[in-house]
Design a protein around this ligand. Structure first.
Ligand code: PLP
Length: 395
């Protein structure tokens, strides 16, 4: 039989582990098992009504045609204002590209700056898609081991040393971080930017959780002196406005990079869905944050609950995450005593405890498991009870 060999690129790309775990939990539920899933990185709230209405109106009003590859002019202009209003970033509309979410923004942004074989530094813990996205762009991912002892924020010195050792062209950073929830201080971001400047690296800054912060402030490296010229910023309403399925996001970059990203997008994807772009216009133009504050308060309550009860459980440790909606549970003690790694522990927790989580190894942070608190309080309470029961049973 004639078998068409797949390309090297295709063979190098893996399935999304978080999607696989969510699918597995769903399949177990379909078999009648009462699985609680803390696996998905998706807000449990619906898209706010005004945004959904903007999408419906877009269809009715005929916004159903091709748009400019870089996005509708009014959306790019509104996004530029939004970057300024919330993050102190100073972009002109032509520096903005409206993409089909943060993921394509990362792929297109990296494609614009990475030559075949270029190394790209990935300070861990990092979102599992990064290595694959780097490979898709033709680059070689270079993981930098996580520093739990530093609250999961590397020093500039550590980043610069790794960049020099491996000759990296750029680094992908993500704050607030998935999975640790880390939010670095201004000084720490300055330090990271200095490392990029000293080593001549690009920074691709994934800021998709930037509006979900409980403690501290979001500092984009692009807002610091000398930062914007070497930073590609990726952001949007996906997580803050429960728009995971709409597939729309914003990329901001130096003008020549934004133009290159728009060209690549025009040939690879055409344009971002016109209806979603109109909905994103509502996100970008919004000045009333009342509803967002309500969602944040709900996440905050869940976050505090998890930290309180899990820290009161022997052999588990959980530092308070400052942003996003993930908690990175330290299971090194229990793994050591059971002679298991975090992958095997997460598997046992799923099969015996009926709680779906994501092993830290997926984020290059072995010895931890990620719990998503984008789940109802009732589900969190059930999950916590099961986790505590599991720990007691195996201790
Ligand atoms: C760090 C990070 N970046 C990007 C994304 C993807 O965002 P989008 O759905 O806008 O492509 C996710 C989603 O889980 C994420 O956790």
């Amino acid at each position: 039989m004639f078998a068409i060999p797949l390309s090297q690129t295709a063979r190098s790309i893996t399935d999304s582990i978080t999607l696989a775990i969510t699918a597995r939990a769903k399949a177990m539920r379909a078999e009648g098992l009462d699985v609680v899933s803390l696996g998905a990185g998706e807000p449990d709230f619906p898209t706010p009504t005004n945004i959904a209405d903007a999408g419906v109106a877009a269809i009715r009003d005929g916004y159903t045609r091709y748009t400019a590859a870089a996005g509708m002019p009014e959306v790019r202009a509104a996004a530029a204002r939004w970057f300024g209003r919330h993050f102190g970033l100073d972009y002109r509309p032509e520096q903005i590209v409206v993409t089909a979410g943060a993921k394509p923004a990362l792929t297109l942004g990296l494609t614009a700056i990475v030559e075949r074989g270029d190394r790209v530094l990935l300070p861990a813990p990092y979102w599992p898609s990064y290595p694959d996205i780097v490979r898709l762009a033709g680059g070689v991912p270079v993981p930098l081991a996580a520093r739990a002892d530093q609250g999961f924020v590397h020093t500039g010195e550590q980043i610069a040393a790794a960049a020099r050792q491996h000759g990296c062209k750029g680094a992908v950073i993500n704050f607030p971080n998935n999975p640790s929830g880390a939010v670095p201080s201004r000084t720490q971001v300055e330090d990271i930017l200095r490392a990029a400047q000293d080593t001549g690296m690009w920074l691709v800054s994934d800021e998709i959780y930037a509006r979900l912060i409980y403690e501290g402030e979001h500092v984009s490296p692009a807002s610091l002196p000398g930062g914007a010229e070497r930073t590609i910023v990726v952001n949007g309403g996906t997580k803050s406005h429960s728009m995971t399925g709409w597939r729309v996001g914003f990329l901001a970059a130096p003008p020549e990079v934004a133009a290159a990203v728009a060209r690549i997008q025009s040939q690879a994807l055409g344009n971002t869905c016109s209806i979603s772009q109109r909905a994103a216009l509502t996100v970008a133009d919004e000045t009333d944050d009342t509803e967002l504050a309500q969602r944040l308060a709900a996440f905050d309550k869940r976050r505090r609950y998890l930290v309180e009860v899990l820290n009161a459980t022997p052999r588990l440790q959980l530092d308070l995450p400052n942003g996003a909606f993930y908690a990175l549970l330290d299971v090194r003690d229990i793994c050591a005593s059971l002679g298991l790694d975090d992958v095997a522990l997460a598997e046992r927790l799923l099969v015996e405890g009926l709680v779906a989580t994501v092993p830290g190894s997926a984020f290059e942070v072995p010895g931890f498991i990620r719990l998503s608190y984008a789940a109802s309080m009732a589900d969190l309470e059930k999950a916590v009870e099961r986790i505590r029961g599991f720990v007691a049973a195996v201790s």
